[in-house]
Design a protein around this ligand. Structure first.
Ligand SMILES: *Cc1c(COP(=O)(O)O)cnc(C)c1O
Length: 381
């Protein structure tokens, strides 16, 4: 056991969702996009997306990705272009849709899919491109204009925005949620370890109402209104009990967002104060206002993430290394095509994920940063 664990999920307490449970008992509707799922989708669209677009709940983001990919991909395409620097669920979802992941690098700085490499690869692969799946790295927002351009050219795009629920593109506009207005599918996760954690769950958003309709239908066995299977389907539905937890989580999400942002600010302040950002430690250049799931930091060139995690562990602090190994380095994905992955490979050697949970205070954060400071590690660049 670590004195300071990596995560300590703190989901909504039962007294907050019991009134929603009462509604379930009154209606005796337990699943099949019942009233609570419906209410949750509606509230997400009005509160977070300013009324623009449609959304469907899913049992988890991996299933959401599978459905979004299968309902968007070009039927004759072979490749799903994606960054290697993402969670295994992204390439796994492409595999379940009969596609081959094609791994590209990330850009230095923002750690998101390399747009120059993407342009060249799309030209080179032509009709073999089935879909592009960028990942909004570590919950950040990203510039979607280039992906709108691909959509206009008839190349489908699904965004893995698993940890971006709650991220707004403009601090001044609460309803400027990341993904708002996007015509492709944007997939969010509500896993217990994400910032909007409800246990297991997720949501697919799109400005394309028809796409959401098809995802909803394929998530319910591909049934038509006469309960005939007319699409390749499966069961991705979120139960009404989970929707109750989701509604209660939404009720208090503003406080969670604020708290997580404050913790990130503490980290930033301590890292600056200790002079680490001048000594080769790097943070992601993130756009928008991010509700962090954990704190990602790039260790100095002279210091591997393994050494950092080990030293933190010897001070009873638990850290991780998301996403190291990167996808192309994992056994399941090693055989797939890829371009040069220089930035990804460098980041996989240096990425450290630091603790974030709601009760973290300045004293604990100072203790964590002090251990990092003791490692020295002048940049060799
Ligand atoms: C968490 C995560 C997923 C998977 O979400 P689940 O809801 O657990 O299926 C997919 N992609 C990324 C990038 C993630 O971080």
């Amino acid at each position: 056991m670590f004195e300071i664990p990596f995560l300590r999920p703190n989901l909504v307490k039962k007294d907050r969702f019991l009134s929603y449970y009462d509604k379930i008992e009154a209606t005796r509707i337990y699943s099949n996009y019942g009233p609570l799922n419906h209410l949750f989708e509606e509230r997400v669209i009005t509160q977070m997306f300013g009324g623009a677009g449609s959304a469907v709940t899913v049992h988890n983001a991996t299933i959401g990705l599978i459905l979004a990919i299968s309902q968007s991909k070009r039927s004759k395409g072979k490749y799903a272009i994606m960054p290697s620097f993402t969670f295994a669920a992204t390439p796994l979802a492409a595999e379940w849709c009969g596609l081959e992941p094609y791994f590209l690098d990330i850009e230095p700085g923002n750690w998101q899919l390399n747009r120059e490499q993407l342009e060249l690869t799309v030209k080179q692969l032509g009709d073999e491109v089935a879909i592009i799946i960028p990942y909004a790295t570590f919950g950040s927002s990203m510039d979607l204009s280039v992906y709108n351009m691909y959509l206009q050219q008839g190349i489908p795009v699904v965004i893995d925005a698993a940890s971006s629920f709650g991220t707004v593109t403009s601090e001044e506009d609460e309803a400027s949620h990341f993904g708002r207005g996007f015509e492709g599918a944007v997939v969010f996760s509500f896993h217990a370890t994400k910032s909007f954690g409800i246990g297991e769950g997720g949501l697919v958003y799109s400005m394309n109402h028809d796409l959401i309709k098809r995802i909803r239908q394929s998530g319910n066995f591909g049934f038509s209104s006469s309960r005939e299977s007319v699409l390749q389907g499966l069961n991705s539905k979120m139960s009404e009990y989970t929707a109750a937890v989701a509604l209660a989580t939404l009720d208090q999400f503003e406080a969670v967002q604020k708290n997580r942002k404050t913790i990130y600010e503490y980290y930033l302040h301590e890292l600056c104060h200790a002079g680490l950002l001048e000594r080769g430690w790097l943070m992601q250049e993130s756009q928008g206002s991010v509700v962090h799931q954990f704190i990602s930091i790039h260790s100095p060139d002279s210091l591997s993430n393994g050494e950092v995690v080990e030293t933190l562990a010897s001070s009873s602090i638990e850290a991780r290394t998301y996403f190291s190994p990167a996808c192309h380095q994992q056994k399941q994905f090693q055989g797939y095509s890829r371009d040069s992955l220089q930035v990804t490979e460098q980041l996989a050697k240096h990425i450290v994920s630091l603790p974030l949970w709601e009760e973290l205070d300045e004293i604990i954060i100072r203790r964590i940063v002090k251990v990092l400071g003791s490692l020295g590690g002048e940049s060799t660049r």
